[in-house]
Design a protein around this ligand. Structure first.
Ligand code: FES
Ligand code: FE
Length: 409
């Protein structure tokens, strides 16, 4: 909590969740409850969902609209900018020497957006979000900037489920573990995947990229993941967009749009192209993780196709989804068995594909050829270990942005 979650830029909302002034959602940063609110001036504010009087929660709703948050305990009221506006017996405070209303607003986080995704950190010393994401932004555009008009989360909120696993299991799985799909998801995914590019065992057209601990394993199949949702109409529609997406992003990144792929933005924000499920793995102690998942679509997509995405992503990656259940069982049992004293001290094998074996030249970030590899997982834990060890930001290294990614901005 102290070394990783209190310092990192954490995903808190998609701007579409708080589209209108005075709308808000509540979520978590680590184990701290936070409010993400759009103030009257359109600015997005992120603050601790905790009253500075005695610490009570000030908002119990998942989302909503309103002018202020009023604490249940003694009635202190805060504006959408987090400022303390009023409280019962205000005169007693005002008569107290040195008391100033402006000193007692809700604790505010730094908030910045990248193409619709809002991130926040409570660390004043943290680098900018642009530096934190670095060249990963160039790849993120493959899902965030594939169509005119940006993206949105499908309305209706998140699916939420609790798994009895450590948060690092799902984060590790999404950052680079396509290997498990060949076995864990064999029953659900194999028949459709075979016809749409599948998992590429050979190196050509399949990659892992890592930047600052964030990672994405992918191939150039364009529709590989999407195919497993089992909706021919949707695939036909997606195929009809291929040329336009390639014209916008170039063929390389267009190939990533719905391909067999998964990604994690360090530490706990992951997504799957193709299903476009975006999820946070919220730690609840070391042995429990709450998963919040949304479906992201281009805003310009026809409503019927958005609805097909809703059903397709629910059918595959939701608490009752065909593929999500496969994963959950493995993460829970891995967490439980690794808790044994002897077990937790054994060495685990992250040896697949020696690091630096094949590096693709000219692509931003640390790119290795072949999506079947432990390269991203090694770099995810390298970042985790760096943050756990570092007393100061200066002790944590960041990859400088590349000319290619900068030019694409
Ligand atoms: Fe919120 Fe007292 S704890 S008003
Ligand atoms: Fe899986």
């Amino acid at each position: 909590m102290e070394r990783v979650f209190a310092r990192s830029w954490l995903f808190v909302a998609h701007e579409s969740q708080i589209d209108t002034p005075a709308s808000f959602i509540t979520t978590y940063m680590g184990e701290d409850s936070v409010i993400v609110a759009r103030a009257g001036d359109g600015r997005i504010n992120v603050f601790l969902n905790s009253c500075p009087h005695r610490g009570n929660r000030v908002c119990f709703a998942d989302s909503g609209q309103g002018r202020q948050f009023t604490c249940n305990y003694h009635g202190w009221a805060f504006g959408l900018d987090g400022a303390l506006k009023k409280m019962p017996k205000i005169g007693l405070y005002k008569a107290t020497p040195g008391f100033r209303m402006e000193d007692w607003g809700l604790k505010q986080a730094r908030a910045e957006s990248y193409k619709g995704l809002v991130f926040a950190t409570f660390d004043d010393e943290a680098p900018s979000l642009a530096d934190w994401l670095g060249d990963f932004r160039w790849y993120l555009d493959a899902v965030l900037d594939a169509e005119d008009g940006g993206t949105e989360f499908l309305p209706g909120g998140a699916t939420r489920s609790v798994m009895n696993c450590n948060w690092k299991f799902p984060a590790d799985n999404f950052v680079g573990d396509i290997y498990h799909a060949l076995w864990t998801h064999l029953g659900g995914a194999d028949p459709t995947l075979g016809r749409h590019g599948g998992v590429k065992v050979e190196n050509s057209g399949s990659y892992q990229v890592s930047v600052n601990g964030h990672g994405w394993e992918f191939n150039d199949s364009f529709l590989g993941n999407a195919a497993t949702m089992g909706d021919r109409e949707l695939l036909r529609y997606m195929r009809s967009r291929q040329e336009a997406i390639a014209a916008r992003l170039g063929t390389f990144r267009a190939g990533m749009w719905g391909s067999v792929a998964s990604a994690t933005i360090f530490p706990n924000f992951s997504f799957l192209p193709g299903y476009f499920t975006f999820r946070t793995f919220q730690p609840k102690g070391p042995l429990k993780t709450e998963i919040h998942a949304w479906t992201l679509v281009p805003r310009s997509m026809p409503e019927e196709m958005k609805d097909r995405f809703r059903r397709g992503s629910m059918r595959t990656f939701s608490p009752s989804g065909l593929l999500e259940m496969d994963d959950g069982e493995n993460w829970e049992f891995s967490t439980q068995s690794n808790a044994g004293w002897i077990t937790r001290h054994q060495r685990l094998c992250y040896a697949m594909s020696a690091e630096g074996e094949v590096v693709e030249e000219g692509l931003p970030g640390h790119v290795t050829a072949g999506q079947l590899s432990d390269a991203n997982q090694r770099l995810f834990y390298k970042r985790w270990a760096e943050m756990m060890d570092a007393d100061r930001w200066a002790d944590i290294s960041f990859d400088p942005p590349s000319a290619r990614a900068e030019a694409a901005e």
